[in-house]
Design a protein around this ligand. Structure first.
Ligand code: CA
Length: 510
């Protein structure tokens, strides 16, 4: 068998719940589902830091963020560091990257290790986006998801067909502000079921949950909802900076701002009227979900076009196709949008993989997998040595249907930012195993860029994810869980020592 090609398709902020094959019934993604149906679905793939830029650094390097230096959104990747595309390129693979990079711009942060690349600066724009590429800056007319797919297919057609390829197709969607293509305006007009924790009061949880400013009903902006800002809207932050790494939010879509509950769609001019605040809050959720899911429809179409291209070129059998996202996302659970937290919806990454030459169709795996495992996996798939600096484990045994006896049984997460201006999400770290989740909110800023000083008391959370899958009851102080809490705390200490991360709690007291 010749060396396999690798097609890595990654979306931005795509929750597993919004992929058909994960079984939630929220939307339709037949082409992404096809990858799983003809290959494998991971049910416990977790991000090591639930935010865009750090996750991408971990995926490229196979290292945790305290090692690769990209701990917050304000940190940029030092493009002199080794990463998986550089290793594959040195081994003879053709390498390319199209779409969202979000690891910085300029000579020391732009992509390196790729034969071809064209990336949107920062978050990029949905319509008529600007791209940075080796030759300079170019604006491309059209819809960003379609353009990224087009660039990927064009590159597949002009590549050297005598050598294997590694193609990273990185969609900007479905990242905020969820601007769908007009061809999808008619999708998801039926009412979407509101999550049972949408009205969470955050009792029995650490203070961080109630403090977060990520509530659909309270914190969304008019831009998020695609609505014209009413006269008298309350200004916060600075004007939106297109393509900036940290978005400045112009207004808060709070009913307190307006005299009449009457809103107009920015793009179509459609007018929405409401009698009560409760109606408006429910409308926000429905509109959020409609816009989010419609942007995913364009991604799914693009995945279908890429799979068709592999078929047309006779590459399907020996090309590893992966679809994933840089983290998960809250779709109204706990009342939230966004990510950042180690709670399940933002911690879990969707991950489906097809490789007909080696992976049995319809496989499902619930082994613990982390985004630091991706780079070592790509290298083993390519028959290359895994460098010692990489901290993840190749999942190739899992792809064969094997689970080594010493396979990791926990996943680690650390969110380094603390109380950023727009989400007020608290820093934390923790682990989860197949049943339990331990989180430490250390509540101290570390002087990192993009963080604010802390000062509140540290807190712990412990969830029994089997008995409490919605993560509503913190059992850390419950005597019934004392032995499990002690065991998981020891596991956390061991994991931090193993990967060289610095604890903020007193180690060895349990
Ligand atoms: Ca993201």
């Amino acid at each position: 068998m010749p060396s396999p090609n690798i097609l890595f398709i990654m979306a931005d902020d795509h929750a597993a719940k919004a992929i058909g094959c994960y079984g939630h019934g929220l939307n339709r993604t037949p082409h992404i589902d096809r990858i799983a149906n003809e290959g494998l679905r991971l049910d416990r793939c977790y991000v090591s830091n639930s935010i865009c830029t750090p996750s991408r650094a971990s995926i490229l390097t196979g290292t945790y963020n305290h090692v690769n230096g990209v701990m917050t959104l304000a940190d940029h990747f030092d493009n002199r560091l080794p990463h998986v595309a550089k290793h594959l390129r040195a081994a003879g693979w053709q390498t390319a990257l199209f779409g969202k990079w979000h690891l910085g711009e300029g000579p020391t942060h732009q992509p390196t290790g790729f034969d071809a690349w064209s990336v949107v600066p920062g978050q990029g724009l949905y319509f008529d986006p600007v791209f940075h590429e080796p030759g300079g800056v170019v604006q491309r007319p059209g819809y960003v998801t379609d353009i990224v797919t087009d660039l990927s297919i064009e590159w597949l057609r002009q590549r050297d067909r005598d050598r294997p390829f590694f193609l990273m197709c990185h969609h900007k969607a479905p990242h905020r502000s969820w601007e769908n293509h007009p061809r999808h305006d008619g999708l998801y007009t039926e009412e979407i079921r509101i999550p049972e924790t949408f009205d969470d009061d955050y009792r029995h949880r650490a203070a961080a949950a109630a403090a977060a400013r990520m509530r659909v009903a309270v914190d969304m902006t008019y831009l998020d909802l695609g609505l014209v800002q009413p006269e008298g809207g309350r200004e916060v932050g600075e004007p939106l900076l297109p393509g900036s790494c940290v978005r400045k939010l112009p207004v808060v879509a709070d009913v307190r701002d307006v005299q009449a509950l009457r809103f107009t769609c920015i793009r179509t001019g459609e007018v929405f009227r409401f009698e009560t605040k409760e109606q408006y809050d429910r409308f926000k959720f429905q509109r959020y979900m409609q816009r989010y899911l419609r942007t995913i429809a364009a991604i799914d179409e693009g995945v279908g076009r890429l799979l068709d291209e592999l078929d047309a070129q006779g590459l399907a059998e020996n090309t590893v196709v992966i679809y994933t996202s840089d983290q998960g996302f809250f779709l109204g659970e706990h009342g939230w949008y966004d990510k950042r937290f180690m709670y399940e919806q933002s911690f879990q990454m969707p991950f489906v993989l097809r490789h007909p030459a080696a992976v049995r169709a319809g496989s499902v795996c619930d082994a613990m997998v982390s985004n630091v495992d991706f780079a070592p996996t790509f290298l083993e798939l390519a028959g290359q040595r895994i460098p010692s600096y990489m901290q993840g484990h190749s999942i190739v045994p899992l792809l064969r249907g094997e689970r080594p006896a010493d396979w990791p049984d926990i996943a680690y997460h650390r969110y380094w930012m603390h109380r950023d201006e727009f989400h007020n999400a608290y820093a934390h770290y923790g682990i989860r195993d197949a049943r339990y989740k331990l989180i430490h909110w250390y509540n101290q800023g570390l002087g990192l860029a993009g963080t604010l000083p802390g000062g509140e008391a540290a807190e712990w959370e412990f969830f029994d994810c089997e008995r409490d899958p919605l993560e509503l009851i913190n059992c850390f102080g419950d005597p019934a869980y004392a032995s499990e809490v002690a065991r998981m705390t020891r596991r956390l200490d061991e994991k931090m020592a193993e990967i060289g991360d610095v604890p903020m709690h007193a180690v060895g007291v349990c």
